[in-house]
Design a protein around this ligand. Structure first.
Ligand SMILES: Cc1cc2nc3c(=O)[nH]c(=O)nc-3n(C[C@H](O)[C@H](O)[C@H](O)COP(=O)(O)OP(=O)(O)OC[C@H]3O[C@@H](n4cnc5c(N)ncnc54)[C@H](O)[C@@H]3O)c2cc1C
Ligand SMILES: Cc1cc2nc3c(=O)[nH]c(=O)nc-3n(C[C@H](O)[C@H](O)[C@H](O)COP(=O)(O)O)c2cc1C
Length: 583
């Protein structure tokens, strides 16, 4: 039986204490847990009793696993939870929030919600229409419905697990019964998710049931986890810069060999790159800590740990282990803490509050190094056992220091043709070409947002699909950063691309973006949608996606109020005819 690392609702603590403890245990490292366990054992020697497992339900209890996902983590967890629930005898239904209606909630039985957060504290895009309805007065009362929420997020975002928090609070406000306390999980969510799901299913199971629960998530096949833990070392076949020397930023084209990997993908999928940190930064951190550059520590800081973010928890933990009162005061003051966190990384913390701590204590502070996703810019029907990526080099200055994006500069600066990159596929079922090859598509994107469309166009060319392909592409200067210009113009000439609209933002005094093209071409857009077109949006989530959405609302409102435009847009999303891959 696997260990439960979170407390069940039946634990002898107040609800808010359970929530707080679960969030501490949930994100504690092995070292921290071992320390706590020793500490508590020393405190109350002999009193601790091992948790006894409860029994599975004797009769089938109804359970709905409601998930909201963008890049598939919540979806994969929901699938695992479904298998576990089935083993325990639940009658389980998986429900994507992107397909869910409010009516389904009342008849859902118990609800286990697994919800990720995107943008800046926003729901995954396909879940947005449901969330709008769920948060509105239209939501039904849910007395008698039991629920529990597992929130996925990234603690380096200010709005950590915001959507999960909102879902949890909303269920309670609608009168539903909280069966287990919400857990907010960071990028290294797998182990805590397993035990929370196990303990929550235990809580939700009817109490009159029989035998001992057997929890073995390891036996559940998960291609995602397997590839994440065992990525494929792909050779870089080609590597070149797509932007000119005069462009404001650098974007690279990277071709990877997949032969022998067994990896297959569809246009619209992403390739995850398991990165390595910049060796110069690793050396600087080791030097700041006053440690020797031992190979084990260097390897760990290069390949295993995230050394380029800084979270509130890390500030607090570092203050605790260094007993630094000034840092402790800063970490406890939310306004000052957030001001310090803004634009800073772990190295800035070490610089501002220098202490000698041993390597184990330091690495216990760090989060695991997370893979980064890149939209695949090719179709296997065209390139065979290769995957092509379009990578924008991330480099900027903050808090007086030059910073480099971990994965993008690995690919732009530190790996060239002949080098290796560890990769695995992140399938994206929700950003696929229409099944009907005759359906028109409208592809809107800016910068690296063009990447999946290169894959779409290769696919449609290779399969001889007859549907019209319209590309609306935004970039800065026609001459410097028109990515894949020659290929796109060749597609336009051969008729694979039926229409191309460019929005070059800096070639004229007024900024011109893709949303301006959309507004100008609104009649043509309506015309394509009337013919069954599927609309795609890819690229920057913060500015572009918001502005495009607002423009689409305006177009669909068609002179009526904003609410009418929004509900027309929501209807398009729900029908799977407006698909976004924004980041
Ligand atoms: C589904 C999906 C598809 C994607 N497809 C692509 C793609 O095709 N091509 C592509 O290039 N990227 C793509 N991305 C983004 C990619 O995954 C990485 O996030 C990106 O390359 C940066 O990763 P990094 O490791 O280089 O940077 P990191 O080390 O992760 O640093 C990025 C962080 O640095 C900070 N930052 C960045 N710029 C600034 C600034 N100017 N000022 C202050 N802070 C800043 C932000 O906090 C940002 O989150 C995609 C992302 C997703 C989720
Ligand atoms: C572009 C982007 C924005 C994100 N924004 C947030 C955020 O605001 N708050 C948060 O807690 N997590 C944020 N995350 C982290 C995701 O919630 C996290 O990666 C989660 O595991 C994704 O789950 P999913 O694959 O089910 O969508 C963001 C991730 C990305 C790539």
């Amino acid at each position: 039986m696997s260990k439960l690392t979170t407390l069940p609702a039946s634990a002898p603590f107040a609800p808010e204490q359970i929530l707080a403890l679960n969030n501490v245990f949930g994100s504690a490292s092995t070292v921290q847990r071992a320390w706590l366990s020793g500490f508590l054992a020393g405190l109350d020697a002999g009193e601790a009793k091992p948790a006894t497992a409860a029994a599975p339900p004797a009769e089938k209890a109804k359970l709905t696993i409601l998930y909201a996902t963008e890049s598939g983590n919540a979806e994969a967890l929901a699938a695992k939870a479904k298998q576990e629930a089935a083993k325990r005898g639940f009658a389980t239904k998986l429900l994507d929030m992107g397909d869910a209606t409010l009516d389904q909630l009342k008849t859902a039985g118990s609800i286990l919600a697994i919800v990720s957060t995107w943008g800046d504290g926003e729901p995954p895009q396909r879940a947005a229409p449901f969330m709008r309805a769920f948060m509105s007065d239209a939501a039904p009362r849910l007395e008698g419905v039991k629920f529990a929420v597992l929130a996925l997020g990234d603690s380096s975002y200010a709005q950590f697990c915001e959507t999960g928090k909102q879902v949890d609070a909303r269920f309670a406000a609608l009168g539903a019964i909280r069966a287990a306390y919400r857990i907010d999980l960071d990028l290294d969510y797998e182990a805590q998710a397993k035990s929370w799901i196990a303990s929550t299913l235990e809580t939700l199971a009817p109490k009159d049931a029989g035998s001992v629960i057997h929890v073995d998530f390891h036996k559940i096949p998960t291609t995602e986890a397997a590839s994440k833990t065992a990525p494929f070392a792909a050779e870089i076949l080609a590597h070149h810069k797509l932007t000119s020397e005069r462009a404001d930023s650098e974007t690279y084209h990277v071709e990877l060999a997949l032969a022998g990997s067994g990896i297959t993908y569809e246009p619209g999928d992403a390739l995850a790159v398991v990165p390595q940190n910049d060796p110069a930064l690793v050396s600087e951190i080791i030097a700041k800590l006053g440690l020797a550059p031992e190979p084990d520590l260097t390897e760990a800081l290069t390949s295993r740990y995230d050394i380029t973010t800084l979270t509130a928890k890390q500030m607090k933990d570092y203050a605790l282990i260094t007993k630094d009162d000034a840092l402790s005061a800063l970490a406890e003051d939310a306004a000052k803490r957030n001001e310090f966190l803004n634009g800073r990384q772990i190295i800035d913390l070490l610089e501002a509050f220098p202490h000698r701590i041993d390597p184990e204590a330091f690495t216990a502070l760090l989060r695991p190094l997370a893979p980064r996703s890149y939209s695949i810019a090719s179709s296997q029907k065209s390139v065979g056992e290769e995957a092509h990526l379009t990578v924008a080099r991330v480099a900027y200055e903050s808090a007086g220091r030059a910073r480099k994006g971990v994965a993008s500069t690995l690919m732009s600066d530190r790996r060239k043709a002949g080098g290796l990159l560890d990769v695995f596929v992140k399938p994206n079922q929700h950003f696929r070409l229409p099944k009907d090859p005759a359906a028109p598509i409208v592809m809107i994107g800016a910068g690296t947002g063009v990447a999946p469309y290169r894959g779409f166009l290769q696919e449609r060319e290779a399969t001889g699909a007859t549907g019209k392909n319209w590309l609306i592409f935004g970039h800065r200067h026609f001459l410097y950063d028109f990515l894949y210009q020659l290929e796109i113009q060749a597609w336009l000439q051969s008729g694979v691309l039926s229409r191309l609209d460019l929005a070059t933002s800096r070639d004229q005094p007024e900024k011109r973006y893709v949303q301006h093209v959309l507004w100008e071409q609104r009649d043509a857009l309506r015309n394509q949608l009337a013919k069954g077109a599927v609309l795609y949006l890819c690229g920057d989530a913060k500015a572009m996606a918001r502005d495009v959405d607002a423009t689409l609302v305006r177009i669909f409102a068609d002179g009526k109020d904003e609410a009418a435009g929004q509900s027309a847009l929501d209807a398009l999303i729900t029908a799977g005819r407006y698909k976004k891959d924004v980041y």
